[in-house]
Design a protein around this ligand. Structure first.
Ligand code: FAD
Length: 295
């Protein structure tokens, strides 16, 4: 067993960094330092680190950082960032084995090439499949877990387990699993049906028309409620365009908060809390955060 400090010194093939700024790894482009930051090239490297690690520190797995807010004070622990892994999608009979590091858009392209439907809904979700599994990401009425048959998980001691979909409690943007377990891969079963070019075109144009694409944000900050779209409530509360420090509620889509000018995580958190308070005061509705706060 080894400490992370030992691994940094003696296992140089592993890319383990110290005091890495998380602002380089989040779509908001903000966040303090992670004490340790590991970018594995493949599954074996993840297992090598976890099964040899004797430090008792919290471990976090992240993908493209498109749904996380890392506090300005950073993360005490080890962050494993999967976004540069080289694992590939495999199609075996009717089953699609998708590594956690695959970008959602890559799965859409794979689905189009192999006539697998409805992989097109992943288009425009700017995260990894690992993140999509953790969040039960979805769009246009489809959700990630609707098509999962089983997943391969690794725990913080490096033990690997395959679990079927039935072993999880799945809900809107949530899935039950331990915070010291991580998704390595998912086995999906899609319909054997081609997508039309129109479907993809429609998704791309709806996103462009309705969302502030290309800005620094994390997509929807709040979950929709049973009865209302969160964006609608925020807009009706008159909060569009509200600014705290360098953070601003988007004028295009009120459920998006943009980092327009060197925002801190504190600015974003303040704006989030302001929205929750104002919406509750005006509509007696308690908004729940979709974004995950780390640190
Ligand atoms: C412009 C924009 C549009 C968006 N549109 C949508 C949308 O339409 N629908 C939607 O659902 N989301 C949307 N999102 C949010 C986000 O892209 C999704 O939640 C995405 O699935 C997150 O993936 P990620 O790799 O970026 O995860 P991260 O942000 O890196 O992580 C998110 C959470 O997942 C956990 N996690 C990541 N990888 C793993 C893993 N391998 N094992 C265990 N846990 C893991 C992290 O610890 C964290 O809690 C949007 C975001 C943006 C910026």
């Amino acid at each position: 067993m080894h400490s992370l400090e030992d691994m940094i010194l003696h296992r140089k093939h592993l890319k383990i960094l110290k005091n890495e700024s998380m602002s380089k790894h989040t779509s908001w482009r903000i966040g303090g330092n992670a004490d340790y930051f590991f970018q594995p090239k493949n599954f074996d490297e993840i297992q090598e680190v976890l099964s040899n690690l004797n430090d008792k520190i919290p471990i976090y797995m992240v993908g493209l950082g498109s749904n996380i807010l890392v506090k300005d004070t950073g993360i005490r622990g080890l962050v494993i960032c999967t976004k540069d892994m080289k694992e590939k999608i495999k199609l075996i009979n009717n089953k699609v084995f998708v590594p956690c590091s695959i970008k959602c858009g890559e799965l859409t392209r794979f689905g189009i090439d192999n006539k697998l439907s409805p992989t097109v809904f992943f288009s425009g979700i700017p995260g990894t499949i690992g993140g999509a599994l953790a969040m039960n990401a979805g769009a246009f009425g489809f959700e990630t877990w609707d098509y999962v048959e089983s997943v391969k998980l690794i725990n913080s001691s490096g033990q690997i387990e395959i679990r079927s979909r039935e072993q999880f409690e799945i809900g809107y943007r949530k899935v039950s699993f331990s915070d010291q377990e991580f998704f390595l891969e998912a086995c999906f079963i899609f319909k054997n049906q081609a997508h039309s070019k129109d479907e993809l075109r429609k998704i791309v144009s709806v996103r462009k028309e309705k969302q502030p694409i290309g800005e620094k944000n994390c997509g929807s900050v709040f979950k929709n409620t049973k009865d209302y779209f969160a964006g609608e409530l925020i807009e009706k509360a008159g909060l569009k365009g509200m600014r705290i420090g360098g953070a601003e509620i988007s004028n295009k889509h009120a459920n998006f908060i943009n980092n327009i000018e060197g925002a801190s995580s504190g600015d974003i958190e303040e704006l989030i809390n302001k929205v929750i308070t104002e919406v509750e005061a005006k509509f007696k509705v308690q908004l729940e955060k979709e974004v995950r706060i780390l640190g």
